[in-house]
Design a protein around this ligand. Structure first.
Ligand SMILES: CC(C)(COP(=O)(O)OP(=O)(O)OC[C@H]1O[C@@H](n2cnc3c(N)ncnc32)[C@H](O)[C@@H]1OP(=O)(O)O)[C@@H](O)C(=O)NCCC(=O)NCCS
Length: 160
């Protein structure tokens, strides 16, 4: 497995990852519903905006295994894990056949390392209750940061 930087040309891949993420617990949304729902499609549309970046994990043949990307949202059109405009929100997805083999960890560590290198104040994310992904995030320092410490919004804050 190798990582490469995600680019604007990866929008189709981000769309498939977003569809997989909203369906993490079984089918709920179709690809069309993701494309026509502005609260979902803005994770894909116009990416990357200023300061956004991400990584794609590929197998030896160059087929994608997973992707992790950061997107800055505005307070007018916040993502589900929005904290403020200086803190980008993480999306991460690994294809079902490759989960539990370390790809997600490699993607997450790469994003965290690059965010630190860029001196970002932190990374936020949104995770639904019961998603085992929360264990991965907790292991890497994310902590509940939503209203009343709601665990569905988590923040990894980079100290000074
Ligand atoms: C979450 C996800 C990106 C992790 O990628 P991964 O390659 O499976 O992760 P790793 O192999 O590096 O680490 C495994 C950890 O991922 C988490 N995980 C989440 N869903 C998992 C799954 N279906 N299978 C295995 N691990 C999963 C667990 O925390 C696990 O660690 P644990 O066994 O100690 O609890 C991936 O499982 C995935 O795409 N899940 C479905 C979509 C999703 O839920 N995305 C996140 C939305 S907030």
């Amino acid at each position: 497995m190798r990582l490469r930087a995600a680019t604007a040309g990866d929008q189709g891949l981000l769309a498939r990852a977003t569809l997989g993420n909203v369906n993490w617990n079984g089918p709920r949304f179709t690809a069309d519903q993701v494309r026509t729902n502005p609260h979902l499609w803005h994770y894909v549309a116009c990416w990357p905006g200023p300061g956004d970046f991400g990584y794609v994990a590929e197998d030896e043949a160059g087929a994608w295994i997973g992707v992790a990307w950061l997107k800055h949202f505005s307070s007018r059109t916040p993502g589900y894990g929005f904290i403020d405009e200086t803190i980008p929100e993480l999306s991460i997805h690994v294809i079902a056949s490759q989960r539990g083999r370390g790809a997600g960890t490699r993607l997450l560590v790469a994003v965290i390392d690059e965010a630190r290198r860029r001196l970002l104040p932190g990374i936020s994310l949104s995770v639904e209750p019961g998603n085992p992904a929360l264990r991965l995030y907790t292991r890497h320092g994310f902590a509940p940061a939503g209203p009343d410490h709601d665990a569905s919004t988590c923040l990894l804050a980079f100290g000074a």
